[in-house]
Design a protein around this ligand. Structure first.
Ligand code: HDD
Length: 703
């Protein structure tokens, strides 16, 4: 059945608005008194007949459901996907036809932490999109990293057990820096590539709005003649790809562990709708074996130099959920939710995923999870499945079987109506049943090397620092050494530098135990590897060519105290807001800020409530505030830390004394108004770079 109603319209039927309503029980019985239980006398014991109290408490006692076993911590938003290019020669998927607009619900997440853990953990980010298409729901359940730790789904529970808090004492929370994770990955060289990404800045996004998304696996597009084309999905953020420093991430976790959640919510509330372009890498079926790596191996990416990303559409997130639990928490994603025109491949990780998600939704949400409003397809569902816990739909008639004649054969096959039903790609398979892995999956280091060599110098330094930090937290020196042996296979300079920080000479050969486990998969391991097509790939850095040159939605702290000159504040505010940035005034206390001319302004942020790590850039305006700030250690911490984290700093005329008292050195990231007509332009230009990472080594100050 075709139904043009949007997801928003559909959800309206389930919205509860309590405005001007009388308080009732769950059965709609008006409640006279919600303050007192029913007792024998005013001071007496409570009565078991208090159905009003029990109605309330029984529900409360059941408010928690199992959190997701991975990706428990997440934030979601509604939006729309618009297809802009014609790719009908590759797919008959209706939502991928030029001009079609499809409602979506997107959820971003961390992987390892529990539901209440920090947003700023060093971790992979989930990037799941549910498309409510006219042919039913299609879920693209990806990550912000284009490869995965393991190749076969059978290893997934082990991987997750190793990274989650250790089972005896349940710590550390939301962190990979511990024995068990590094024990596992150092025994699984196939993880080398993904671990490299996880140690890079990609694992510390500045915002969900500033990260790429990837479908990771190679999927198939199917056209209306049944012809398949391999495809990799990419989401490219319009705001560019940006990260925070590790020191900053740790501090943000303390100051505001909801940093990413709040950022997404507020951006949408402010009308700054985040956008991503959808890009496709298309590979003809005939080219399946053309590359030096196997396109079914989920630990490999296809460098964009080999297969360019074709931008085909845009997703805009424009509406926050009305209710976190009902929508975000109950959203059930599944890579096996496919629509006609898209199919899975034989990637052994993907094959296992297709089972796991449906299973976990049944456990978490119950067997009728697809009837929960956020998961309902907009075109309706019609089949003979019935009953089960918490069934919502009421199936009409006496027929719930197929085939039938009693209900005129309904619901009938799509083909009887001349419609395209989902058909799996008619792929020929002719092989023995084996519990084995292809030898074409056995090169683990070439692409890890490609990633490392494709990073700028600072990016490489951050990777070295991250390995050094994480491995220093590992208590067993044998594990540290084993991982260093892996690093040595990737790049000897990388291994040497990390080794120096750990006081270990990197071993030349892989550890005996690593080899032993790898040989249980491939008896001939290590194999002679093929020459890679490229040694460096520009797209693996964080500079997206189309996303440069904006400070839109960036938060700039205007650091003041009473006595500040109003004009000095207003001028920069107007300039920043014109560029789409947010200027936030921070003073010594919340409440009325008193300007030099005696006028007042109510402000919401102070050095007590906020911290420099929550902002992208800093401006100190002129006035009598300078004398107060000279003695304000919190202010000095703001600018010292901003300097350390390579952010842009600007100082109005008359504030130079503050810089002298700080640890700031005058470099290309610090702008002074004095004698400089172009200071605002310079300030904005520095912000557009996001951070002056290039001079990070000169900005190493204690803050
Ligand atoms: Fe998974 C959740 C992404 C491999 C089993 N996964 C989950 C979510 C994302 C991913 C983004 C959160 C969905 C949401 O927002 O609700 N997972 C991936 C990617 C993978 C991957 C990109 C590799 C390319 N996952 C993977 C494997 C298995 C699972 C190999 C099991 C065989 N994943 C699950 C799960 C979760 C899940 C246990 C937990 C909650 C859920 O499914 O809904 O089924």
């Amino acid at each position: 059945m075709k139904n043009n109603s949007s997801k928003k319209e559909q959800l309206k039927d389930y919205l509860i608005d309590n405005d001007e309503k009388i308080l009732t029980t769950n059965d709609g019985v008006p409640i006279h008194d919600n303050n007192n239980t029913l007792k024998v006398g005013q001071r007496g014991p409570s009565l078991q007949q208090d159905h009003i109290f029990f109605d309330k408490l029984l529900h409360f006692d059941r408010e928690r459901i199992p959190e997701r076993v991975v990706h428990a911590r997440g934030s979601g938003a509604h939006g729309i996907f618009e297809m802009k290019e014609d790719i009908s020669e590759f797919t008959c998927a209706k939502f991928l036809q030029k001009g079609v607009k499809t409602d979506v619900f997107t959820r971003f997440s961390t992987v390892a932490g529990f539901k209440g853990s920090t947003d700023l953990a060093r971790d992979v980010r989930g990037f799941s999109v549910k498309f409510y298409t006219e042919d039913g729901n299609y879920d693209l359940v990806g990550n912000n990293i284009p490869v995965f730790f393991i190749q076969d789904a059978i290893n997934f529970p082990d991987l997750i057990h190793s990274v989650k808090p250790e089972p005896n004492n349940e710590y550390p929370q939301a962190a990979s820096a511990h024995n068990t994770f590094w024990d596992f990955v150092s025994l699984m060289p196939e993880s080398a590539h993904m671990v490299m990404w996880a140690m890079s800045d990609r694992a510390l996004p500045r915002s969900f709005r500033m990260m790429e998304g990837f479908g990771v696996h190679t999927f198939k597009l199917i056209n209306n003649k049944g012809k398949a084309t391999f495809v990799k999905f990419h989401w490219k953020p319009k705001l560019g790809v940006h990260s925070v420093a590790w020191d900053e991430a740790q501090k943000i976790s303390g100051y505001n562990s909801d940093f990413h959640r709040q950022d997404l919510y507020e951006a949408i509330e402010n009308g700054d709708f985040p956008q991503w372009d959808l890009g496709l890498q298309l590979i003809a079926e005939e080219d399946e074996f053309k590359f030096s790596f196997d396109i079914l191996d989920p630990t490999k990416l296809i460098p964009e130099e080999l297969v360019p990303v074709k931008i085909v559409g845009t997703m805009t997130l424009n509406r926050n959920p009305e209710n976190f639990f009902s929508e975000t928490e109950q959203a059930a994603f599944d890579p096996g939710r496919l629509v006609p025109g898209i199919d899975i491949t034989d990637d052994p990780l993907l094959q296992g995923r297709v089972f796991s998600y449906m299973d976990t939704q049944n456990y978490r949400l119950g067997s009728n999870f697809h009837e929960i409003p956020i998961n309902r397809p907009i075109n309706g569902k019609h089949n003979n499945q019935k009953d089960g816990k918490s069934r919502m739909d009421i199936l009409k008639g006496n027929v719930s079987y197929f085939p039938n004649s009693q209900a005129g054969g309904c619901p009938y096959h799509a083909m009887l109506k001349g419609e395209n039903g989902f058909e799996s790609h008619a792929q020929k398979v002719n092989a023995h049943k084996l519990r084995q892995r292809s030898i074409s999956f056995a090169d683990h280091f070439t692409q890890a090397r490609l990633f490392f060599h494709s990073q700028p110098k600072t990016g490489q330094q951050h990777i070295i620092d991250a390995y050094s930090f994480e491995l220093s937290k590992v208590k067993d020196p044998v594990i540290r050494k084993r991982e260093l042996a892996i690093l040595n296979q990737i790049d000897s300079d990388l291994a040497k530098k990390v080794g120096k920080n750990l006081n270990i000479e990197p071993p030349k050969e892989l550890d005996e135990l690593t080899l032993k486990f790898a040989r249980q998969i491939w008896s001939q391991y290590p194999i002679k590897v093929k020459k890679p097509e490229v040694e460096k790939s520009k797209s693996l850095g964080m500079d997206l060519p189309d996303a440069k040159g904006t400070i839109a939605t960036r938060k700039v702290a205007i650091l003041v105290a009473d006595g500040v000159v109003k004009k000095s504040v207003d001028t920069i505010k107007i300039i920043l807001e014109k560029e789409g940035a947010q200027a936030v005034i921070i003073s010594t206390k919340v409440g009325p800020l008193i300007y030099e001319d005696g006028s007042h302004e109510e402000i919401q942020h102070s050095y007590l409530t906020d911290a420099s790590v929550l902002y992208d850039a800093f401006y100190t305006p002129s006035g009598k505030n300078v004398d107060t700030l000279l003695d304000n250690a919190d202010y000095l911490q703001f600018i010292n830390e901003g300097f350390k984290h390579c952010k842009a700093l600007a100082f109005a005329e008359g504030t130079e004394k503050l810089v002298e008292k700080s640890l700031i050195k005058k470099d290309c990231g610090v702008v002074f108004e004095k004698g400089n007509k172009n200071w605002t332009l310079q300030f904005i230009d520095i912000m557009k770079q996001h951070r002056v990472w290039d001079i990070e080594m000169d900005r190493k100050v204690p803050a």
